[in-house]
Write a protein that binds this ligand. Sequence first.
Ligand code: HEC
Length: 206
Amino acid sequence: MRYWLSFFLVIIVGAIAVIGIAGFQGGKSRKPPIEIFPDMDRQPKIRPQTGSSFFSDGKASRVALLGTIARGSHYLDTPLVTGQLTGSTNFVDVMPLAITAKLLARGRERYQISCLPCHGALADGNGITKKYGMAVVANLHDKRIVTQTDGELFKTITHGKNLMGGYGANIAIEDRWAIIAHLRTLQLARLGILADVPLDRRAGLK
Ligand code: HEC
């Protein structure tokens, strides 16, 4: 019997203590509420679009750098960036960059870094990866690929195609075009005929 009494007493005292500290639901108090983890309520931060003495210009928000493109916004719809005509999904036939010796040299170097391991130095699909079992690498001298537009090649490099992954995140836009320029020289070299060779160089050829 006495155990029961002390049990109820503990519950009642406990309830009074909780209500005394926390109050009734909806009850009003002038005292600030109890904060169990106060760091969640108050943080050392500055709110956007307000003033702040932290930065010299007195603004809490930073102005975006010139040329910043918002994540999720449309990227620039120009042939240089998409390989397609502005406002359409039609590929550009010819690359938007001027072909210079410098661009070709850059393209050769970038091709050898990014494409050669799979497609081979001659672009015939005989890269080192073939030895390790990657058997389906495209031969870039296939008529189907030779006759593709520069814009379509740009898309393949940027986003990948079928089993080939995209390299847009690894190769800068200008370098992708430079690679295409180099690839065209490889293709042309294979399709070349005697009439393409300067007269004084023809003698040694068979
Ligand atoms: C890791 C290996 C690998 C690398 C690196 C690679 N490719 Fe490929 N590529 C492939 C494979 C595999 C295919 C065949 C994809 C298929 O048809 O399934 C292919 C296909 C292609 C095609 C043909 C696409 C079509 O229309 O069918 C082109 C063009 C091409 N690659 C260009 C490039 C260029 C340019 C680079 C360098 C920037 C490159 N690839 C780097 C593996 C690679």
